[in-house]
Design a protein around this ligand. Structure first.
Ligand SMILES: Nc1ncnc2c1ncn2[C@@H]1O[C@H](COP(=O)(O)OP(=O)(O)OP(=O)(O)O)[C@@H](O)[C@H]1O
Length: 207
């Protein structure tokens, strides 16, 4: 099974009570602003600890409150593309991209560096500083960096937010290819129903 998640968490006034099981390689999480979508991703990445539940991805248990198993973030193999990208501002795009790659055998890569750059259309940006990227360019670099880190699974938090229709369509096509060509479990967070209908058949609606 690709995903077997049950997460209970309380954050201030917000209570997360989420459960989903799916064999799909891409599942979507949707719901209104403030319902806890990002907090749920943080639990899956290991950046926050649920009060109770389990997180099992591709048969690998990352968290289980019953057996008190809680893998640290760097043992989870998570490629996390944050809403605000979080590129290293002091490294050029090329250095951001190879940051993860240099820590692992290049032969283990899901896709070669050149193919990743081509898929995301970022070849002309390699010598730029992050501060000189548009929102859509930075998002594509962040996805490239996550893919090149050879993740066991990918978390995409509102990846199309703040992009215009044409840039959004380009990125959606790239995500469809990642979904179809790489054998990688993906969790896609969005509040946009049309994006979700296009990408996912398994949807966790939080409310
Ligand atoms: N560490 C924390 N302590 C207390 N409350 C928190 C904490 N982190 C998040 N929250 C609250 O939990 C709620 C859920 O936040 P979260 O960012 O997960 O929502 P979201 O569904 O991703 O929203 P958006 O769609 O706007 O990004 C919010 O009310 C937020 O203020």
């Amino acid at each position: 099974m690709s995903f077997n998640l049950q997460v209970n968490q309380r954050l201030g006034d917000c209570t997360i009570d989420a459960a989903i099981q799916s064999d799909d390689r891409l599942i979507a999480i949707t719901g209104p602003s403030g319902v806890g979508k990002t907090s749920l991703l943080n639990c899956i990445a290991g950046l926050a600890t649920p009060a109770a539940g389990h997180i099992i991805i591709d048969g690998r248990t990352l968290f289980d409150s019953t057996s008190e198993l809680n893998l640290p973030p760097d043992a989870r193999g998570c490629g996390y593309v944050f809403q605000d990208n979080r590129l290293f501002p002091h490294k050029k795009v090329l250095a951001n991209l190879i940051y993860g790659l240099t820590r692992k055998a290049e032969s283990a890569a899901l896709m070669s560096f050149d193919d990743t750059v081509k898929l995301l259309g970022i070849g002309h940006l390699l010598d730029r500083w992050p501060v000189a990227l548009s929102g859509g360019e930075a998002r594509r670099v962040a996805i490239g960096r996550a893919l090149l880190s050879v993740p066991s699974f990918l978390l995409l938090d509102e990846p199309l937010a703040s992009l215009d229709a044409s840039r959004g369509e380009q990125l959606l096509c790239a995500i469809e290819r990642i979904r179809d060509e790489l054998n990688l479990p993906i969790i896609y967070v969005s509040h946009d129903r049309s994006e979700i209908d296009r990408l996912a058949t398994t949807v966790l609606a939080m409310d």
